[in-house]
Design a protein around this ligand. Structure first.
Ligand SMILES: C[S@@+](CC[C@H](N)C(=O)[O-])C[C@H]1O[C@@H](n2cnc3c(N)ncnc32)[C@H](O)[C@@H]1O
Length: 211
């Protein structure tokens, strides 16, 4: 166990995770995926997949001929994902236990789409994680990132509240601030990047095409 975040997700957070998160973030996730160009048969790489809350939204679009590879370093979160997969008889999902900052290009440019939701803002080395996601996605493939961020303008008054809420899941001021730097990186590495804000500017979704 080498990080605070790893400790958080090896604890009780995993078993109660869906109860705390699915209702709140479900609608943002649906919105993100419905704006994607994900289609029947696509191969989708999901970094920080956790318990697999993104999976139903993705499967809805890629169908049974597509494939999902979910990556996460938490055994407890992956166990919850595994339960969901068996219960729903999803047989086109593979789970890999790994640190996404150290994943390299293991899938070697085979994914059509790379996804990471509520992951990069809790990873200190989010830059390596983002580069690894990019390096496994085909040229002109799509990248979808959804995460917490620092809100600006009058909405910034909300930041202490959202950061306090996110703390239980590894969130921090630094992490929310890093999202702004990540968005600049995305703007420099993706074409046609579109950003949409939700939850009074505290959550964003960016979708773009790998150059
Ligand atoms: C807030 S949860 C998000 C799960 C899922 N994407 C969702 O939206 O519900 C964050 C997940 O990121 C994983 N995670 C954090 N840092 C990671 C890393 N460096 N490598 C792999 N997984 C990581 C945690 O184990 C946890 O499952």
């Amino acid at each position: 166990m080498n990080s605070t975040v790893e400790q958080i997700y090896s604890s009780k957070v995993a078993s109660g995770y869906d109860r705390s998160m699915s209702h709140f973030f479900g609608k943002f996730k649906e919105k993100a995926f419905s704006n994607s160009r994900m289609k029947e048969g696509d191969v989708v790489l999901v970094f920080c997949c956790g318990t697999g809350l993104d999976f139903p939204h993705i499967l809805h679009r890629i169908g049974s001929s597509g494939k999902i590879t979910g990556v996460d370093f938490s055994e407890a979160m992956l166990e919850q994902a595994e339960k969901k997969i068996s219960k729903n008889n999803w047989n086109n999902i593979e789970l890999i236990r790994a640190d996404v900052t150290d994943f390299g290009n293991r899938l070697n440019l085979v994914a059509d789409i790379g996804v990471c939701t509520l992951g990069l803002s809790i990873i200190p080395d989010f830059k390596s994680a983002y580069h690894n996601l990019l390096s496994n996605v085909i040229d002109k493939g799509e990248i979808i990132i959804g995460d917490m961020q620092l809100a600006s303008g009058w909405k910034a008054r909300l930041n202490p509240v959202t950061i306090a809420m996110a703390k239980r899941f590894g969130g921090s001021y630094e992490g929310h601030k890093n999202s702004l730097e990540l968005q600049s990186m995305m703007a420099g590495t993706l074409n046609d990047m579109k950003k949409k804000d939700f939850f009074l500017g505290s959550y964003y979704v960016c979708i773009g095409t790998k150059q």
